[in-house]
Unconditional design. Structure first.
Length: 253
């Protein structure tokens, strides 16, 4: 792991309680909650999270294997959530919650777009969780990270920054080594420059979607998790993602 990953959460997490020894699938939602998401976008996101949580609970295969963590970037900082609970920096608690116990946070939108730091935190908690699972003798599927934004990376003062470029070689190495699968999704009025950032982060799995189709996006993440459980090849994930990009949820058929 890069030394630039912020040590916001330690690797020595408290163990997560499951009712069986199912193989785990860590899933991180890395969500833009900056001021540009205020109003209808953040309300739509919150509603979609509630609906997706209900669907997760009803899906037996996912509810006892998927672990959900939420990372947000807005205000003046990045944050990790354990379900609806905002974790303090350095809290010795895992942000991952078994899907059958997950409850979504109620998110607000304010501040700047610390996208770089949020992705670093997402990678950090995935690596820490994998290490804990290995230490416990538990197996896991390839984790998923879903980055969702409508803007460009900024610094803590809200100024546009090129610091995100330091992540590109790290992400290429991590994804090439199949350590996780990153989806980078631009929504709303994201600019051409914003699209370039997402393409650099996730060359295979990036998309720009008109509006804020968060419900369809979360359903795509569930479809990808199901495919991961079945040992699907890359072509299956590419097909699922292509269907999402064209707003044709054919995985439901």
């Amino acid at each position: 792991m890069s030394s630039e990953y912020p040590p916001t959460l330690p690797a020595e997490y408290a163990d997560i309680e499951f009712e069986n020894n199912a193989q785990r699938l860590p899933l991180v939602l890395c969500l833009d909650t900056s001021s540009s998401m205020a109003g209808q976008p953040i309300q739509t996101l919150n509603n979609a999270l509630v609906e997706w949580t209900r669907e997760l609970h009803e899906d037996v295969a996912l509810s006892y294997s998927v672990e959900v963590a939420v990372v947000t970037f807005g205000g003046q900082a990045v944050a990790a959530w354990r379900g609806p609970q905002l974790l303090a920096p350095g809290a010795p608690v895992s942000p991952f919650v078994p899907a059958h116990q997950f409850r979504p946070p109620m998110l607000g939108a304010t501040g700047v777009t610390l996208m770089t730091e949020a992705l670093e935190l997402s990678m950090h908690i995935v690596a820490a969780r994998k290490a804990e699972l290995r230490a416990s003798g538990l197996q896991y599927y390839r984790p998923q990270i879903c980055l969702v934004t409508d803007g460009l990376p900024t610094d803590a003062q809200g100024r546009r920054t090129d610091a995100w470029q330091r992540l590109v070689p790290v992400l290429a190495e991590e994804q090439g080594a199949r350590r996780f699968r990153l989806y980078a999704i631009g929504v709303g009025g994201i600019t051409d420059l914003g699209e370039q950032v997402l393409r650099a982060f996730a060359p295979k799995f990036n998309a720009t979607i008109h509006g804020f189709p968060f419900r369809e996006l979360l359903q795509m993440m569930s479809a990808s998790a199901n495919a991961e459980q079945k040992g699907a090849g890359d072509e299956v994930f590419e097909k699922i993602f292509s269907q999402f990009k064209t707003q044709r949820p054919a995985w439901e058929s």
